[in-house]
Ligand binder design. Structure first.
Ligand code: NAD
Length: 480
């Protein structure tokens, strides 16, 4: 493993850039087999073992906080407080939420039986699936690896994690911390890119949770199909923010600017574009520009609170969008620093790439619409997004938008916050994903609901058995 300070980092880091050391493809089957052997020994199942592993995962975050924040800074120039809030604290809360409720979630659920099954007892038992695979992306590389792992562990599974090679420093630090705090056979890490993940996906898992883009999701689902492995796909999409004429424009602008430019727009649930009622367009764009300037100053490249684009490929992709509309604010770029200023564009053609691709960066197109109905039509003409945001002072308006559209999740008069409430299941719908996790939803995702019917033997009415006499038939017809 080589270690050197990143040339562009403005702050001294004790972690420094770390090159990823890919797992040897020859070792991957053995690593997965070790996880299966651990599961088969039953060591991941008991309540106390799950709690101990969850606490260990918490220690990865709490004791590793400084290292992880530095690694996030090296890979993404994530501001400390942003990294702490969105990668560390939110994941610690998620784990605490699970620890507090796990005993209750694990309790068998009593089910009322029909008369025909009496006497008897019906239960649904949540049992672990076996060995889970979690494949994480680079944008929130700690949260999106540890969060699903915690859900898999809470449900009593062994788990293998595959961090993103595009955030190599975080991936390396995570591996080190996980190996320090958790037993390597129960919780394994595979490092690498396409080659290693391809070998990994050849192995048999009992559940795969993949977070990333829809193209790779198809590769994952195809590989899973070979083993009939169920998948949870946490994908992206073009999450719209709808602004009605009666919205509180100043607060709306601040909230949208915050959610859009957090992590330089590289957030799966960032507002992708704004559909604003024409009547408040000017007022909104002025407030938006004021909010951006207030947050990041007149030169955001100097702001310690503004992240960078993950790599040159994504930088070039995003730079192209700047010429697809009129730049109303921002637009400055610096390829050497992977910097793209928080940018607002208008006058975008409906068929422009910026209106068909998921933007996933700090470029915000403003699309004026006649009214909320126009915004609803716009949303429904496109794929179901991962998130939808509606801003209005009227409950009737926000209810109308929610009832006439579909999205993975939604916020009324805010953005992004729904991801941080552990009791709200998080996931997409249609092209933005399938399945969900967070809190109980995560526990359920990695559990099998096993229906169990128990009968006593002392009573065994002969009516159910042949030969079926006329009187037996009458009884069966009456009670079935
Ligand atoms: P990425 O490039 O890091 O890829 C994600 C993972 O897929 C990585 O671990 C990578 O190694 C693996 N991978 C890449 N190519 C592969 C292949 N051919 N076969 C198997 N595995 C492969 O991340 P990304 O896809 O650029 O992430 C951005 C996307 O993820 C956006 O669309 C975003 O909206 C979405 N996202 C969704 C969520 C969510 O919670 N729903 C969260 C974050 C990001």
């Amino acid at each position: 493993m080589s270690s050197h300070a990143p040339e562009s980092s403005p702050t001294a880091s004790t972690v420094g850039h770390l090159d990823l050391v890919p797992t040897s493809t020859g070792d991957i089957p053995g690593l997965v087999a070790a996880a299966r052997a651990a599961f088969d020994r039953g060591v991941t199942r008991p309540y106390q073992a799950r709690i101990a592993r969850l606490q260990a995962l918490r220690s990865v975050l709490v004791e590793g906080e400084a290292e992880l924040l530095e690694a996030l800074h090296v890979d993404l120039r994530k501001p400390d407080i942003e990294g702490w809030a969105t990668d560390i604290a939110v994941t610690v809360s998620e784990i605490d939420f699970m620890v507090k409720r796990l005993k209750r979630w694990m309790r068998p659920e009593r089910i009322r039986l029909p008369l025909t099954s009496m006497p008897g007892r019906g239960r649904v038992i949540r049992e672990p699936l076996g060995v889970a695979l979690v494949i994480a992306p680079w944008n929130y590389p700690v949260q999106l690896m540890i969060g699903p792992m915690a859900a898999a562990i809470a449900a009593g599974n062994a788990v293998v994690g595959k961090p993103s090679e595009l955030a190599p420093t975080v991936a390396t630090v995570l591996e080190r911390l996980i190996n320090r705090h958790l037993p390597g056979d129960e919780v394994g890490i595979v490092q690498g890119g396409v080659d290693e993940t391809t070998v990994l996906l050849d192995q048999r898992f009992d559940h795969i949770l993949y977070t990333g883009n829809g193209r790779v999701a198809r590769v994952v689902m195809e590989a899973a199909a070979k083993h009939l492995t169920p998948v949870t796909l946490e994908l992206g999409g073009k999450s719209p923010a709808i602004i009605a004429a009666d919205a509180d424009v100043a607060t709306t602008a601040k909230r949208i600017a915050w959610g859009k430019f957090l992590n330089a727009g590289q957030t799966c649930i960032a507002p992708d574009h704004v559909l604003v009622d024409r009547r408040v367009e000017t007022e909104f764009t002025e407030a938006l520009v004021a909010a951006i300037t207030e947050f990041y100053g007149s030169d955001p490249s100097q702001s310690p609170d503004y992240a960078r684009i993950v790599n040159a490929g994504h930088f070039r992709r995003l730079e192209k969008y700047l010429s697809e509309g009129r730049v109303l604010h921002g637009g400055q770029t610096d390829a050497d620093d992977l910097y793209i200023a928080p940018t607002v564009i208008t006058g975008v053609e409906a068929n422009a790439a910026v209106m068909s691709d998921e933007i996933f960066g700090p470029v915000l197109p403003i699309i004026p619409v006649e009214d909320v109905d126009g915004a609803i039509d716009h949303v429904n003409a496109n794929d179901k997004p991962l998130a939808l945001y509606v801003f209005s002072r009227s409950r009737a308006t926000t209810d109308k938008v929610l009832s006439r559209t579909s999205s993975g999740g939604a916020c009324v008069n805010h953005v992004v916050y729904h991801v941080a409430a552990p009791a709200l299941p998080f996931g997409g719908v249609g092209p933005s994903g399938m399945g969900a996790y967070h809190g109980r939803a995560g526990f359920e995702t990695f559990s099998h609901r096993r229906s169990v019917l128990s009968k006593p033997t002392a009573i065994d009415p002969p009516v159910a058995y042949p030969p079926f006499t006329e009187s037996k038939k009458r009884l069966i017809r009456r009670f079935l």
